[in-house]
Design a protein around this ligand. Structure first.
Ligand code: NDP
Length: 280
């Protein structure tokens, strides 16, 4: 049968989670600090709990609040049997929440949502989990409603680590794209004209990742494609041109500084993958 699911937190994300669960026919009980936000969900059949504890009497409880610090007192008041924590934080915060849950006798899974609220319940949504394997298996069907569930292992901090690693790729990609738009924009090129080229370039760049990963794994940085010193020089041209065109150059300058240090450490003739030695 369908499970009773409690949802703590009805911000943009929590409301999307509760909505998807309702859509899948689950019995959903919700709690939020500002109860008015529950209105649309109640109209769709959710029950509004007056306290976190009332929502936590459900078979499984999902929590999605702004931060771990905000969440902790809510969790202590709720005291659920099984908790799937979907609030974003650091691996250390996730591990300390898991330690608290264990001491409170709560079966704990820590998840990170690799989607925006509008993507929840669609094929564009993937959620990474770590923590109790038994709780994850038991709740797999409920969690599948939200997005493709991926279990990373028993370490409750792993999902947060993956989250930050993946978001780091997103943020540096977006910063690079914005730098590019600003740069071509200095000559009147509109985003709509440039973006298709950026997209196909990004997929070509993505094609290099497995090779870079293999070099990082082996520690063998020989290249007959493109040496680091040529790339560092190219970054120098980007910094120089950004400044000459009157725009900020801090993003390429930061990457250039890192590449230059790797060159100075003796990696000039190596592949870009060798920069990881400097990062480490
Ligand atoms: P919102 O700002 O929309 O919602 C924040 C939630 O936290 C609301 O339920 C809010 O309650 C509650 N809250 C804030 N302060 C307090 C407090 N002092 N006491 C009790 N409750 C409080 O954020 P999102 O829903 O977007 O994000 C929630 C979590 O989901 C974050 O950790 C975020 O990183 C993560 N996430 C969000 C994604 C997104 O695209 N939005 C993507 C992936 C993860 P109230 O309604 O009363 O203000």
């Amino acid at each position: 049968g369908k499970k009773q699911v409690g949802v703590l937190g009805l911000g943009r994300m929590g409301a999307a989670l509760a909505g998807a669960l309702l859509g899948a026919g689950h019995d959903v009980v919700v709690w939020n600090r500002s109860p008015l936000k529950a209105g649309p969900l109640v109209d769709r059949g959710a029950r509004l709990a007056a306290t976190p504890a009332e929502a936590a009497s459900a078979d499984v409880v999902l929590s999605c609040l702004s931060t771990y610090d905000i969440q902790q007192p809510v969790l202590e008041a709720a005291s659920p049997k099984v908790l799937v924590n979907l609030t974003s934080g650091t691996p250390a915060e996730a591990r300390s929440a898991a330690a608290w849950a264990s001491s409170a006798g709560i079966d704990y899974v820590d998840g990170v949502i690799m989607a925006v609220p509008q993507g929840i319940g669609t094929a564009q949504s993937r959620i990474l989990y770590g923590g109790s394997p038994t709780a994850f298996s038991a709740q797999r069907e409920v969690l599948s409603v939200l997005g493709e569930p991926v279990f990373l292992g028993e370490d409750a901090g792993l999902a947060a680590l993956y989250d930050l690693a993946l978001l780091g790729i997103m943020w540096s990609t977006m910063a690079g794209y914005l730098q590019a738009l600003a740069l071509v924009g200095t000559e009147g090129v509109a985003p709509a004209a440039f973006t298709p080229m950026a997209l196909s370039w990004l997929s070509a760049v993505g094609g290099f990742l497995p090779g870079i990963g293999a070099q990082v794994a082996s520690g063998e940085y020989a290249t007959d494609v493109s040496a680091l010193d040529i790339n560092a020089a190219g970054l120098g041209l980007l910094v120089e041109t950004s400044r000459a065109q009157g725009i900020d150059a801090s993003v390429p300058a930061a990457v250039r500084e890192l590449f230059d240090r790797a060159v100075a450490s003796g990696h000039g003739a190596h592949a870009i993958a060798s920069v990881i030695e400097e990062i480490r």
